[in-house]
Design a protein around this ligand. Structure first.
Ligand SMILES: Cc1cc2nc3c(=O)[nH]c(=O)nc-3n(C[C@H](O)[C@H](O)[C@H](O)COP(=O)(O)OP(=O)(O)OC[C@H]3O[C@@H](n4cnc5c(N)ncnc54)[C@H](O)[C@@H]3O)c2cc1C
Length: 369
């Protein structure tokens, strides 16, 4: 294989792309990752990267998140312990109504947990009139070092993918070629027609503050407040649905987060170190999209497909996607990257909860081309 030829090119070096490259490489593939702005430069670099299970009644997304949480916890602790802080995360209800649901929700937890009462929380420097649920294995990742570590031994180029062709059974991308192409581009999705997946960005700001508060565990209420890690407490994050295009990070949002945090902890010595911002990318039904990409142009040639007639699905050869990780990229990323790599290399069946085909028929019934 020549130096510009690969088994797979991955576009995007966020947690999705770097984890996919990691698993493909582990399965013996020669992989190239390209990113136009650097490793973990998109939503992944902005993230607080808290990793916790989901609270609530059983649903396909909760099941998926909990499976992915168990997977991510083992993955980070076994392989990247320097970049994962298992601080424990205590989930605190926002309202009395939420608090009343805690005993009911406990039957759906798949992860070890314990209830902390307000007195115990107060000893941990957390003010709450409600009980909280502590998940000891939950914690937070160091985003950029983790994504860099995932790419150890894997080729990376700082490049924007603009010119993509498929010729002679290979994908050609900016002077490199490969049998397979993986799209892990987050909220930006104009390289191929994937409108049926309905991927959109949700803008967010978060911030790091310097503090001497001896906060030992992370808490999550209407915002996340990390444990004090070396004099730094991370606060996150806003969900700004009105922001449609990336823009500079907003310090006033960091101060709003600090004000909000002051209900729960003592923020009197907090000094702003840095504000981070970025887009989370979510699919139309908020579940991830992992697998093959449908050849939409080709499907539209079928007679009466717009009137609801169904046909066998045609895919674009050797084109794959890993996206729609929403606000939980660091929880879902390793599990889904492993799914995708096993599917691509060993033909293992993809988890039906994330197969993007689910979104196609519903979409095509509503479109006007
Ligand atoms: C403020 C904020 C807080 C968050 N907090 C958490 C949290 O606590 N826990 C958690 O698990 N998740 C959190 N998230 C969500 C998490 O960051 C996302 O789920 C994650 O970023 C998704 O990763 P990704 O790799 O799909 O996308 P991204 O990280 O956005 O990566 C996509 C990459 O593709 C590159 N790219 C796009 N187009 C091209 C092209 N044509 N050529 C080359 N490169 C291209 C971009 O430069 C980018 O680096 C947060 C997100 C934000 C914004």
């Amino acid at each position: 294989m020549s130096s510009s030829s690969y088994d797979t090119i991955v576009i995007g070096a966020g947690i999705a792309g770097t984890a996919a490259a990691y698993y493909l490489n582990k399965l013996g593939q020669k992989v190239l990752v390209i990113d136009k702005s650097g490793i973990a430069s998109g939503g992944s670099g902005a993230a607080g990267a808290f990793v916790s299970p989901k609270i609530g009644v059983n649903s396909p997304l909760k099941d998926l998140t909990d499976d992915a949480f168990a997977f991510a916890y083992s993955f980070y602790s076994d392989h990247f312990p320097d970049h994962y802080h298992a601080t424990g995360i205590v989930r605190i209800p926002k309202t009395a109504t939420d608090a009343a649901k805690i005993p009911y929700y406990s039957q759906f937890h798949k992860t070890k947990n314990e209830i902390l009462d307000p007195k115990q929380l107060s000893k941990l420097h957390i003010n709450s009139i409600y009980e909280g649920t502590l998940f000891n294995e939950a914690g937070a990742c160091d985003t950029v070092p983790l994504c860099k570590a995932l790419l150890e031994g894997i080729d990376f180029k700082l490049l924007e993918a603009k010119n993509i062709d498929f010729a002679d059974g290979k994908w050609h991308v900016e002077g490199f070629d490969a049998k397979n192409l993986v799209l892990a581009t987050g909220f930006e999705n104009d390289l191929f027609d994937v409108k049926y997946m309905g991927i959109k960005g949700t803008w967010g700001n978060r911030a790091d503050f310097g503090s001497s508060l001896p906060l030992e565990i992370t808490l999550h209420e209407s915002l996340s407040i990390s444990a004090n890690m070396g004099g730094v407490i991370k606060l996150g994050a806003t969900h700004e649905l009105e922001v449609k295009e990336p823009k500079p990070c907003d310090e006033s949002k960091a101060m709003e987060l600090k004000n909000n945090a002051s209900r729960l902890i003592d923020t009197s010595d907090f000094k702003l170190i840095k504000t981070y911002c970025g887009m989370r990318s979510g699919s139309r039904d908020f579940a991830p999209v992992v697998g093959k990409v449908i050849d939409v142009a080709n499907m539209l040639n079928y007679p009466n497909i717009l009137n609801g007639r169904k046909y066998p699905i045609k895919y674009i050869d050797n084109l794959f996607i890993l996206n729609g990780l929403g606000a939980r990229g660091f929880v879902l990323g390793p599990y889904l990257a492993n799914e995708l790599a096993s599917y691509m290399v060993n033909g293992a069946e993809i988890d039906s909860r994330v197969n993007p085909d689910r979104l196609f028929w519903n979409w095509i019934r509503k479109i006007k081309y």
